[in-house]
Write a new protein. Sequence first.
Lengths: 256, 300
Amino acid sequence: MRFLYCFKAEWIKKRGSLAAWLVIIGGFFTPAIRTFAAIYRSDSTRKALLKPDFWSNHWLASWDTIAMFLLPLGVILATSLVTQIEFKNNTWKQLHTTPQSFTGIFWAKLLVILVMLVQFLVIFTIGTYLSGIIPSLIISNASWPTGAIPYSKIFSESVYFFVDCLPIVAIQFLLSLQFKNFLVPVGTGMALWITSMVSLSWKYSYLVPFSQGALFYLKTSGRITRDLPVHEVAVFYFTVISIISYILYITKKEKG
Amino acid sequence: MYCIETHDLCYQFSNGQPVLNRINLQVPNGSIFGFLGPNGAGKTTTLRLLLGLLKKQDGSISIFGKDLAKNRINILRNTGSLIESPSLYGHLSAMENLKIQQTMYQCSPSRIKDVLEIVGLSHTGHKKTGQFSLGMKQRLSIAIALLHNPSLLILDEPTNGLDPNGIIEIRDLLKKINAELQITIVISSHLLSEIEKLVTHIGIINKGQLLFQGTLPQLQTKQCLNARFIFQTNNNTAAAAIITANGWEATEQNDLLCMPLAEDQVIASLNRQLVQNGIEVYRIMRQQNDLESIFINLVK
């Protein structure tokens, strides 16, 4: 029960913060761009809406920029922003003098970030659906997309993208808890993301942290044919790094 | 019965530099304990150790009769604190900041309104605390510390940055909550004048050592014991001989001559004798041995 109170308190803290806005704006960003593009290219949109696999194609195309670029960068920023709220406001000492266990505080903070990631995926999915139907309502003579919505594909791929983001969350969370300077976690995150992008064609690229989401997208879109254990590696990194992060946090000599 | 008791509390930085040396603090229940010392004396370190923000290295800390190391969460449930500068979420309103604490402490939501009224911040509405003045931030921090009706308040320099009116307001507020709610208050400051009108007990710390601990009257007794007359003359050696010949102890300190307190007639007689012996007397004064000077003497 105490953990729930701790989580609720952490959830209030992110209200109105830049990270909270990032989730909403980030989730609707690509769908909004795709909506405008679809309206602008009305001829090709009319044809696409008639195809039976419209929703599958639309879903995959929507993930194009998200998987490789916006999602990792968004997770880097949002995780660092949420975690750094305490440093930014000089509130660690206040938080650590509340009747909460350090363990509860640590996992509640991490859980808030994970729920925000789920929130992003839900918003993005809703946005993607809207970006499919809005052009059909606006473009003259365009038909309503008649193809079946691949619910199970959307759900399973969303879960996989969530899992593949976990190493980014764990690394950014660890760095943001340890370093007061916001530039350290963000700079390190950017460097790791660039490294993962550069190494995508490498045989063992799936071992590079931050590469898992991009590799999964490349596999889903058929640009990579070999089987890679990206989700397993992501879960492994997340587990190990979270445990290290937890140990570093609870053994910190100065708690504010 | 002591609300806070430390036994041989020691602390040193990672480079080996000692910060606290065998601190035996005893804060009585229901008291307002002024914890005094110059900047860097070890006040904040002591308070941070009491709140579990620093890992204890040596000695023991007992609060409400319980060992802090074993009962941290239970103790914190009944403790409110303000350490150094205010700790507030700048992107949230006063109400939202209090809501966070209310959720953590699981106290009644009606307390939010109560404490905002106590500190005079009911009118702030949706204004973000990042836009508050320092005085408003300090008051909100005190509201946070009071929110869960604690039995103990630990306040580290809570009037820092406040204007004289703000200082008086906070002082009155603390007196009121101590009297009405019997809350024990530990308040640190580097200015005795700032808290001498507020506290019932005083602890004076300097260079990591507790130099005095006791009630305000005990400190005032110390003040009387140290009171003396000071003479400034053109020949202190000759003047000292005359004073000693009259049966008083006289000591030379720098360019001054000191003697114990005596009646006015005695001083007048001594003055007459000094002048009759050709000694020029420039000044005779009773040393202003107020609490401030005792404090300064103690921490010298």
